[in-house]
Design a protein around this ligand. Structure first.
Ligand code: GLN
Length: 533
């Protein structure tokens, strides 16, 4: 039977519960245990797919095509867990399912209520993952902050679940903030006491308190938290701010968090070691041998979370090349206003990520033209590939005002157009071309050299595609269609001849990159950028 770790958060949001959960997963895996992770999101959307990145940050896509919370990205980057649509549970999903059952008559004669019907649905959704993914440990992160109205049914569900599972089978970890008040020159434990108090009111008693702090907590501070929050002294662990999120598993292990979890859950496992992680990930981060500046040209650049996986994958590419990465975030609308040189003349590589809608498109096209003409390594992803095609069509094929029909329905040259099956689609939720699809790479192309294999599978999230009507004519110049989906003959990868590194793909390689195993495209891109004079 699987054992459960429930992770809640208190005091404020953005405490890094996702990274803490992923790091615990990493440590347990290194001890020979099989883990999976679940994120419970209290919002009423069925999934984050219809939310604006400014609202929610990036939408992370799994192999099975689920549009999920970005914390699942952390889980997959830190661990080997294979996550599916079931690993992200939302209030929307739970209610959707309960209401469908009610309409079918499954609860005939009963009043359908939050307790027990909603809470049972949550518990069953959690247990289903443990069963189907056959793991030793399930880490369940509850989104939001304790005290929110929205997350109450989830907290009640995990309270019940822990009781049902019994001793040795479930623990609660509460992540809180212990602020340092500069003017007083001291740290404050009161917010943590209040937050644990709120948890206790709903019947949850934390087994471990993970305190997010600027500096390591003194023994006195930890003892005080233990006393006031009614936990063991050694169960108060400080999670100090770090430069790189990849240090967190290492620090947790050093602070004995693994031993604590092992003891509380009575786990039978190896001692485990993070030596490889230390050598392959932390060492290159701490002691880089060179430096490289990459521009990311997008329209959500003011929000760190909007391109989360892109930034992480770039950092993995830098780690693999033992380089320090500097990301220059460029708003494509600023390029439209002020010209491109101002932003891109000094960078060693340009990446245009995915996106939706017309705003900022012309700035992205200008950035791509600049990278193409000045032989700066260029990497286009999803929308980034589509606008690279538009740029090429306009400026090298003479197709005046060529465009994607997403931005101009009546363009004379619709070089990017709606996927056939999308034409009848009206509903917006989970209706894109989503998840893993095959791609065959042409031999002797740059893409083939990067991947070192012919058959690849990558994750998708798009409605538009390259319009094959223009393939022959566009191939006559320097454009190479180096990756094709064999089942449907869809263009998946394009590249340019006579350019140091110009590759763009319809899929999202950033979702499959890991710190200790950089995605080949990101590794290759950073390597090309480092070779720039
Ligand atoms: N808007 C484009 C499409 O739907 C690109 C999507 C993306 O970049 N994820 O095809």
């Amino acid at each position: 039977m699987a054992k459960y770790i429930f992770v809640t958060g208190g005091v404020v949001s953005s405490l890094g519960k996702g990274i803490a959960s992923a790091s615990i997963g990493k440590i347990l895996e290194s001890k020979g245990l099989k883990v999976t992770l679940i994120k419970c999101d209290p919002y009423i959307n069925v999934d984050p797919g219809t939310m604006n990145p400014f609202q929610h940050g990036e939408v992370y896509v799994t192999d099975d095509g689920a549009e999920t919370d970005l914390d699942l990205g952390h889980y997959e980057r830190f661990t080997n867990a294979k996550l599916t649509k079931d690993n992200n549970i939302t209030t929307g999903k739970i209610y959707y399912s309960v209401i469908a059952k009610e309409r079918k008559g499954d609860y005939l004669g009963k009043t359908v209520q939050i307790i027990p019907h909603i809470t049972n649905e949550i518990k069953n959704s959690i247990k289903k993952v443990a069963l189907s993914q056959k793991v030793d440990v399930v880490i369940v992160e509850i989104g939001g902050t304790v005290g929110d109205i929205e997350s109450l049914p989830f907290l009640e569900a995990i309270r019940q679940l822990k009781l049902e599972l019994g001793k040795d089978y479930a623990i609660n970890i509460h992540v809180t903030l212990v602020p340092f008040i500069k003017t007083a020159g001291e740290i404050k434990t009161k917010p943590t006491q209040h937050s644990v108090g709120t948890l206790r009111e709903i019947g949850i008693i934390p087994d471990i308190i993970l305190c997010r702090t600027e500096k390591a907590l003194s023994k006195e501070a930890r003892d005080k938290i233990a006393l006031f929050c009614n936990v063991d002294k050694e169960a108060v662990v400080s999670a100090v701010d770090v430069k790189s999120i990849y240090e967190v598993p290492f620090n947790f292990k050093q602070d004995g968090l693994d031993k604590l979890v092992e003891r509380l859950l009575n786990l039978k496992c190896e001692e485990g070691s993070l030596a490889c992680w230390q050598e392959e990930v932390l060492k290159p981060i701490k002691h880089p041998q060179k430096e490289v500046e990459i521009a990311v040209v997008g329209k959500y650049i003011t929000l760190q979370d909007a391109y989360k996986s892109i930034y992480e994958a770039l950092s993995h590419g830098a780690i693999a090349n033992k380089a320090k990465l500097i990301i220059k975030k460029v708003d494509s609308e600023d390029i439209e206003k002020n010209g491109v040189e101002k932003y891109l003349s000094k960078v060693k590589g340009v990446l245009v990520p995915g996106g939706f809608g017309l705003r900022g498109i012309e700035g992205k096209i200008a950035a791509i033209r600049f990278a193409r003409e000045n032989k700066i390594p260029f990497f286009g992803i999803c929308l980034g590939m589509q606008v690279a095609v538009v740029e090429y069509a306009r400026n090298l094929c003479g197709f005046k005002n060529a465009n994607s029909t997403e931005f101009n329905k009546s363009t004379k040259y619709p070089v990017i157009s709606l996927l056939e099956e999308q034409k009848a689609v009206q509903a917006k939720g989970a209706t894109m071309r989503l998840g893993a699809y095959d791609c065959k790479l042409k031999k002797n192309t740059a893409a083939h050299k990067v991947y070192k294999k012919e058959k690849i599978s990558e994750r998708h999230r798009h409605r538009y595609e390259f319009n094959n009507k223009y393939k022959e004519i566009m191939e006559k110049k320097d454009l190479v269609f180096s990756g094709i989906n064999p089942q449907r003959n869809l263009v998946e990868v394009i590249e340019l001849k006579n350019h140091p590194w110009f590759i763009a793909c319809q899929f999202h390689p950033e979702f499959k990159s890991k710190p200790d195993c950089a995605h080949p495209l990101f590794k290759g891109f950073i390597s090309a950028a480092l070779s720039q004079k």
